[in-house]
Design a protein around this ligand. Sequence first.
Ligand code: ADP
Ligand code: MG
Length: 384
Amino acid sequence: MSNPALRANKLFVQTFGTQADELYCAPGRVNLIGEHTDYNDGFVLPAAINFYTAVVVKRRDDLRFRAVSDAFPGEIEEWVFGEEGLPTANHWSNYLKGFTAAMATSGLAPKGLDVAVVSNVPMGAGLSSSAALEIAFGTAVNDCSQIKLSPLAIAQLAQRGENQFVGCACGIMDQMISALGEQDHALLIDCLDLDSEAISIPDSLSLIIINSNVQRGLVESEYNLRREQCEQAAAHFGLESLRDLDLATLEAGKADLSDNCYKRAKHVVTENRRTQNAAWALESGDIAKVSLLMAQSHRSMRDDFEITTTEIDYLVEIISNVIGERGGVRMTGGGFGGCVVALVDHALTDAVVEVVEKQYAEKTGLEADIYLCTASDGAKRIDD
Ligand code: ADP
Ligand code: MG
């Protein structure tokens, strides 16, 4: 019984001794292009994937929440709405409590729920299991209490919960795509005004995610450092964010800018253009253009933003050699390890899998995990 929804129902009955009322699902995601652009008010192009978190719930008459997850067996988490207390470091329930705490701060008043969670989004692999959890839960709370928040508003509450309760300074991309994803589409998100546009992914392409399984270190400190350098570069030009900078102005005014801040700004400015161009190229089926833009994005992350590793560069190189112009490949996610994303002609899927299986472990001593995905719908209630 590998289906998360079925398993969540079973877990609910085992835990609470009664049948659940409703089932909600929310997907993980992969970002096709647009890295480290979100907190610079720029553009990102993620897709929701067919790995998802199922949340089954039963309405309660009071303001109490009780929650279990099969990822942390034996624990029943319990709290009262508006009385979430302080977060417990690194505890999974922070993602749920963060959501209800954010609702309380916003003056929203949901009813309590009993909740069982089961997911097949791998945790900590860069596919955003955390957003899938928050958005599945948030969608359930919203729907069961008939609060009628939009998917975007749910995403904003989830982000606030993650920022303020979990203590992770994430942007809004993960929550937005998990809430708003569309089957066979990516979502071009403008992080300045949170406007978004569904971009169709050509039928001819497979979506492959390869987890390098590189042990990620220094992620948080390097991430914070990059944010600071971007802020410094924007301030140097008297701008609120790098969104408003163009390449000509950057080149003309770079003299007094540190080399690192210049390179970080160059990545962000060029990545914003590439992301918009990639969306239009995808929409019009121009795969060679998508291929070029993804390659340029990877080089920019490697040389200017300096967030790749030798193992990740190697993965991109061997896949790129196999697919040529018939697909694109790049690192995806915050960097220093994590995943590579490839959009390739279906006919090349086996060749990509084969080259990774044959060459990656031999060269690096690491075993990659390969996920064959499809772009999927965002969060929804599943009616039977
Ligand atoms: P990512 O979002 O890239 O998978 P994060 O570190 O942001 O990695 O989030 C992973 C954390 O989210 C887990 O350690 C856990 O606390 C929580 N989480 C994700 N999925 C589940 C789940 N199915 N059940 C309980 N907690 C989960
Ligand atoms: Mg996460």
